[in-house]
Ligand binder design. Structure first.
Ligand SMILES: Cc1ncc(COP(=O)(O)O)c(C=O)c1O
Length: 471
């Protein structure tokens, strides 16, 4: 039996024990549990971590583990069944964006992260920027609804072309921007074309807005314009979602010849193109294509950008860039949603973007991402020789790996977790049937290169387990 399945059983037994004890009571020590249940210290640590994450116990380093004062069972005593009737059937599906129900046990290697590891974040510059922002006398005042004009100017300059600060709306990160754009552009029940595979968070936001994502395939050169015209004609969609630069999950870059074609097809169909530019500052040192919005002549493009990926997940500052009535609509949606984005965070973002530390950080981030991408690809080629890599991306945080024939991506991801590594099952990235089994492997969320190697070794072991020899 694997260590993880034993830890699940031990967690079950300890849950029973917790219900027999009183709040504040001390659980037997780890050593006692090892002896009593005849399991390893790692198994005990994993089981305790699960209970702590559930809120059933609290651990006090150097002292022991105690039954939580307000154990979950107290909270579950209330009969909330009436709410199921009151809330009817409008469930919001978070499966595509949420963490798995149980936290990964300590020691698990993260190959499924969507943000850079703390060691790659500009933490010192961020703290200094936030401290400077907090010292401003107006730090806690209301912020303008569209965002600080100085910050909007920085985003406008980044976008280039004819974009000005008036075309920019500050949002609380990219996910919020996507959600605003979908709700502003399309009425519930209408279709939205999405690249396939594509970012699951965009699928979730579109579905939460009541839209029906319709997949349009991409290849190594990005979204296929030849299929796009048909898709618009067949569905009557008035919006396309795509990521032209270092697409998540494939890393594909939209080929120069396709950029104009996509804008032309969308324009001819009377549709908007939502350009998710999440990877603008995640290039690996080579050329980074300019944003589509810089080529936009007639308000076709709604551009989404965010600072979280190149800095830290909690710098939740992003922007929507667009021209014409669609921007008015998006401003209205934002205003009604949450009035404005936290002023100290906007000021901190501005401080960071204007400091000399930021370009320095981006240069070292690019080099680190390039090294990590190469190391992960080498480990996959060595440990899983019958998997197929889509090629080394020039930017972004992930590799897109096609699994050997016969492998089931969800089963592989589940087995990998049991082996101490988290990976992302490829089927999450498709709005309809996936054409083949893939995994998305991230190279940015581990502590270092050694963890990448070890993570792939664990993944290879998991793959062998779910795919017995000979298949
Ligand atoms: C392609 C893409 N777009 C947008 C986002 C949203 O990120 P955030 O809300 O942190 O800016 C993500 C995050 O994973 C992403 O991968």
């Amino acid at each position: 039996m694997s260590d993880s399945s034993t830890s699940v059983e031990l967690a079950d037994s300890l849950r029973g024990l917790v219900t027999r004890l009183s709040p504040g009571d001390r659980l037997p020590s780890s050593r006692e549990l090892v002896q009593q249940y005849r399991v390893s210290p790692v198994t005990v640590a994993r089981a305790i971590a699960v209970l702590a994450a559930e809120g059933a116990v609290v651990t006090r380093p150097g002292s022991g583990t105690y039954v939580a004062l307000r154990a979950r069972r107290d909270r579950q005593a209330a009969d909330t069944a009436w709410q199921t009737v009151a809330l009817t059937d409008r469930a919001v599906d978070t499966r595509l964006v949420a963490d798995p129900p149980a936290p990964a046990p300590p020691g698990t290697i993260t190959l499924d992260g969507g943000y850079v590891h703390r060691s790659l974040q500009p933490t010192r510059a961020l703290s200094a920027a936030l401290a400077r922002a907090a010292r401003r006398p107006d730090a806690w005042d209301r912020a303008p609804a569209n965002g600080l004009s100085t910050l909007r100017t920085v985003f406008a300059e980044q976008a280039g072309g004819a974009v000005t600060a008036d075309d920019v709306l500050i949002t609380a990160g990219g996910q919020s921007a996507l959600s605003i754009a979908f709700r502003a552009i399309a009425a519930p029940g209408s279709p939205v074309l999405v690249e396939s595979p594509g970012y699951p968070g965009a699928l979730a936001a579109a579905r939460a807005a009541g839209l029906r994502p319709v997949p349009v395939p991409l290849d190594a050169d990005g979204l296929r314009p030849d299929l796009l015209a048909d898709a618009f004609a067949m569905t009557g969609a008035r919006v396309l979602y795509c990521q032209p630069a270092f697409q998540n999950p494939t890393g594909a870059v939209l080929a120069p010849g396709r950029r104009g074609q996509i804008l032309d097809v969308a324009r001819a169909s009377g549709a908007f193109v939502v350009e998710d530019d999440f990877a603008r500052h995640l290039g690996h040192g080579g050329p980074v294509p300019g944003p589509l919005v810089a080529d936009d002549r007639d308000g076709t493009v709604v551009h989404v950008t965010s600072l979280t990926k190149s800095t830290a997940p909690s710098l939740r500052i992003g922007a929507l860039i667009a021209r014409g009535p669609v921007m008015e609509r998006m401003r209205a949606v934002r205003l009604v949603d949450d009035f404005f984005v936290s002023r100290p965070l906007q000021e901190a973002a501005l401080e960071l973007l204007s400091s000399p530390a930021y370009p320095r950080h981006l240069r070292s981030l690019a080099a680190a991402l390039r090294d990590r991408s190469g190391a992960l690809a080498a480990a996959v080629t060595r440990e899983i020789p019958d998997a197929t890599l889509a090629g080394l991306p020039g930017g972004g945080l992930h590799l897109w790996v096609r699994l050997p024939a016969g492998a089931d991506d969800t089963a592989v991801a589940g087995a990998a977790r049991q082996h101490g590594v988290t990976v992302s099952a490829g089927s999450r990235y498709f709005a309809a049937e996936p054409p083949a089994a893939h995994l998305r492997l991230g190279f940015a969320a581990t502590a270092d290169l050694a963890e990448l190697d070890e993570g792939v070794r664990r993944l290879a072991a998991a793959l062998r387990e779910v795919r017995p020899a000979g298949r």
